[in-house]
Design a protein around this ligand. Structure first.
Ligand code: HEC
Ligand code: HEC
Length: 318
């Protein structure tokens, strides 16, 4: 590593947060108010010496340095704003993190619903009731979402073979029940955000490999052994697909994130739902991701242009 001292700011011995980039110096502590990507404390992994970041040419006029410094300060503030806006965007756009933020209000409301509609079969502590219903400890919010949003739960009668029917609870109540049962026993949860992603053709391959043997290549469903039936998939929503894979209802296997990664699950959903929509012109649009990415590109290009303009106007004004 080359390290040439420029001889202008001889404070490297103090280790006081100043680094030199070409002939411009930026007072990190004072002017910009944020931490630079390059550590100035000397603890930096690449082994650069404290206080100095790059080779600096020997001569420069102090006056022009101050001007540049000011302009760069403005630029850096803009970059900071851009980065934080990008971060905000990413936070909204990100879709892989599970929603672990079940609010206390949701949990309390879910507890109420549980006590009126589920407790007789699943027990006061979710432990299950012999000859009525299994334990719900550890099944996770995803299983609850699947069972209740498809109307399978609350069960009409005893027995394992619960069919899809009109849901008794609305979306918010389903989430409250899921939050409550999750808060007691843990288990797999539905992720937040868009559940479609990736390559539709890959989703098709994965579907034929993992799902078509039971549900059929055209999603029509099929009889299984022992009088059981794999239902058709035409009514299932994105969330119900994801929850079915996470929880493996009845004789359907569980597809954990080791068997099918979160991206592969989304590719399968993308494939099935896109094909369903293309058969039914009234359905959801195919390109749910496209316009958002385009908007982001325009947004970044636009901010870049504004920055360039500001730097240029600054240059003219001097
Ligand atoms: C009449 C009895 C009955 C009632 C009431 C009932 N359940 Fe169930 N529940 C069952 C039975 C039986 C099963 C097992 C079904 C199966 O194996 O397919 C089950 C299974 C489940 C499962 C799947 C567990 C797993 O292993 O993934 C969930 C989740 C569930 N119930 C939630 C609820 C919720 C929430 C309510 C209240 C809104 C409720 N149930 C009300 C009988 C009941
Ligand atoms: C071994 C057979 C089998 C395989 C393989 C299988 N499923 Fe299922 N699936 C079932 C059965 C049985 C049910 C009904 C469960 C119930 O009623 O409780 C079901 C239910 C569903 C539902 C709910 C449908 C509705 O409208 O309620 C969806 C969605 C689903 N499966 C998706 C998938 C996907 C996606 C795959 C592949 C990753 C898959 N399944 C693989 C047997 C299977």
């Amino acid at each position: 590593m080359t390290h040439v001292h420029d001889g202008l700011d001889d404070d490297s011995s103090t280790g006081k947060g100043e680094f030199v980039q070409d002939d411009i110096d930026i007072d990190v502590d004072g002017e910009l108010g944020f931490e630079p990507a390059v550590s100035v404390t000397g603890a930096e992994p690449s082994g650069r010496p404290a206080g100095r970041s790059r080779t600096a040419p020997a001569a420069s006029k102090p006056g022009s340095r101050r001007v540049l410094r000011r302009r760069l300060g403005a630029g850096a503030v803009l970059i900071g704003a851009l980065v934080s806006m990008g971060g905000t965007y990413a936070a909204f756009a990100s879709s892989s993190a599970p929603d672990t933020s079940n609010s206390a209000g949701d949990i309390a409301a879910g507890r109420q619903l549980y006590q009126t509609s589920c407790i007789t079969c699943h027990g006061a502590n979710l432990q299950g009731v012999k000859d009525r219903a299994p334990s719900l400890l550890g099944v996770g919010g995803a299983s609850v979402y699947f069972q209740v949003s498809t109307g399978r739960m609350p069960a009409a009668g005893q027995g394992a073979d619960q069919k899809r029917k009109t849901a008794k609870f609305d979306e918010q109540q389903v989430k409250q029940l899921a939050a409550y049962i999750q808060s007691i026993g843990g288990g797999p949860q539905l992720p937040v955000g868009d559940l479609r992603a990736g390559d539709i053709a890959k989703g098709g391959d994965l579907f034929r490999l993992n799902c078509a043997s039971c549900h059929g290549t055209t999603f029509q469903g099929a009889p299984l052994s022992a009088g059981k039936v794999a239902p058709g998939l035409n009514r299932a929503t994105d969330e119900q697909f994801y929850a079915a894979m996470l929880s493996g209802p009845e004789s359907m296997p569980i597809f954990s994130d080791h068997q099918l990664t979160p991206l592969q699950k989304r590719e399968i959903i993308n494939y099935v739902q896109t094909l369903k929509a293309s058969k039914d012109p009234g359905g959801n649009g195919i390109d749910r991701i496209g316009p958002v990415s385009e908007a982001l590109v325009f947004f970044i290009a636009g901010v870049g242009a504004v920055m360039a303009a500001i730097l240029w106007i600054g240059a003219k004004a001097e």
